[in-house]
Design a protein around this ligand. Structure first.
Ligand code: GLU
Length: 452
């Protein structure tokens, strides 16, 4: 049984970095299910820092994740598990695997600077391990607050990453991680391991920014006596178009902003999954289809560059692969008159689903055609007299065009451009042969007369 988890910290709205983790975990699970393996998805709310948590963000996480069709089998909040974290902490304390420290942030920073000046790796020097009981009492009497570190074992931590292959960390290059802050709250690393262990998580899939956490967390799993250590997969990070980490402004673009702008969830999923993948670039209409192409081994270590505009540029590309059935429920909300014929006609010409309203107006409502030149008016006047009288169908435009050419000598763009402008108001759009029967003879005559 496979078990994956998405563990956001609800201190803001979900952005592309977070959602990428949710999507990767979901697709990994779906792809395993497609191979016949069973599995579960856990949504864990990492709210140990209650001062930064807001209910609004928790609700938003759930809503945003669901928008991608991601559905969890279990969910819990870390804030409901403090007793369990304390229990594990006491166990490690009794075993001497955690130790108390009293340095202030300024003192630590000064140490770091001295180490860097001496060209020594800025690793915490463990001086707190030498404190006697009297020292500790004195420091507390001074008003200092204790905080706690996990003591890393020396030697190498080696693990086989499902994306990166073998990863090796010499632990002497890492500082013992702080697990409890001065204010008594837990930092992310330690509760996460306890939860992953207790929940039976088999695969931890996350960004490469967590690689060193993994090395430390593997020692925590061991210290806590975990029955097994999950498999890890660290996918490559994304950089902005200039090759830098995303700025605050860029990374603040939340999933709900994109959604409100009319970007489809599957556009976002396809693009994020395609970045850095050996078989990216194609649009898949739903998560099942995307999962069937997904494999962690598709990715390497190289970071991908990415421009937020890509979502806007590629959204239309997704719409072109969607069938009427994929969108009909949402189309009903836009206009109940849109049927599969209408959808097939316009999907190649819209960038957002809501753009379809324009074409609803072209067919059923009114449009504002731009002013035409006197030559164009003369041409349309003549075109009007060549308009077929029989009922309009897909052949009507061709018959009409031939008649116009016979009468005026015009063809190609000279012929189609004024007709398109007059009938649709804009220069591009679906084939006129498909539009004409939908607009109908009466409206065609009315629009030409109005233009000339
Ligand atoms: N709450 C952590 C974060 O959002 C979870 C990281 C993890 O996947 O272990 O970074």
């Amino acid at each position: 049984m496979i078990k994956v988890r998405f563990a956001p910290s609800p201190s803001g709205y979900v952005h592309i970095g977070n959602i990428k983790t949710a999507i990767f975990n979901w697709l990994f699970l779906l792809s395993e299910k497609q191979k016949g393996n069973d599995g579960k998805f856990l949504l864990r709310i990492d709210d140990t820092d209650l001062s930064r948590t807001k209910q609004e963000y928790i609700d938003a996480v759930k809503e945003d994740v669901k928008w991608f069709g991601i559905d969890w089998d279990e969910s819990f909040h870390q804030s409901s598990r403090f007793d369990r974290y304390n229990e594990c902490f006491e166990k490690l304390k009794a075993e001497g695997r955690v130790y108390v420290c009293y340095e202030t942030a300024e003192e630590l920073e000064a140490k770091r600077k001295r180490q860097i000046a001496r060209k020594v790796a800025p690793v915490y020097d463990r001086s707190a391990l030498n404190l006697t009981e009297e020292d500790k009492k004195r420091l507390e009497a001074e008003g200092r607050k204790p905080y706690w570190r996990f003591k890393l074992n020396e030697g190498d931590v080696i693990f086989n990453d499902l994306v990166k292959g073998e990863c090796k960390f010499n632990m002497k290059h890492l500082s013992d991680p702080v697990i409890i802050r001065e204010d008594g709250t837990y930092l992310y690393n330690f509760p996460s391991v306890i939860d992953d262990m207790d929940s039976g998580i088999t695969h931890i899939i996350r960004g490469q920014d967590h690689l060193t956490n993994t090395a430390m967390q593997i020692q925590m799993f061991e210290a806590l006596g975990a029955k097994f250590i999950p498999q890890f997969a660290h996918y490559p990070m994304i950089l902005n178009a200039e090759g830098h980490k995303f700025s605050k402004r860029e990374s603040d673009i939340s999933i709900r902003n994109l959604k409100n702008d009319g970007i489809e969830a599957m556009t976002i999923a396809n693009i994020l999954v395609g970045l850095g993948s050996a078989n990216g670039g194609k649009m898949h209409k739903n998560m099942e289809e995307l999962a069937s192409t997904f494999a962690l081994s598709n990715y390497g270590s190289a970071f991908s560059r990415f421009d937020m505009d890509t979502f806007y540029k590629e959204n239309g590309k997704l719409l072109r692969v969607l069938d009427f059935d994929d969108v009909k429920d949402r189309l009903v909300l836009i206009d109940g008159r849109i049927d599969s014929k209408f959808w097939n006609m316009v999907r190649g010409n819209i960038d957002k689903l809501s753009d379809i309203s324009y074409w609803v107006n072209v067919v059923y409502g009114d449009i504002e055609a731009p002013a035409l030149s006197s030559d164009e008016k003369t041409f349309l006047n003549s075109a009007l007299s060549s308009l077929p009288v029989s009922d309009f169908n897909e052949n009507t435009m061709k018959i009409w065009a031939n008649a116009i050419t016979d009468a005026t000598g015009k063809k190609g763009r000279d012929l189609y451009h004024p007709i398109r402008l007059c009938l649709t108001g804009i220069e591009y759009g679906p084939e006129l042969s498909a539009l004409l029967p939908l607009i109908g003879r009466e409206k065609v005559i009315e629009r030409i007369k109005k233009s000339i």
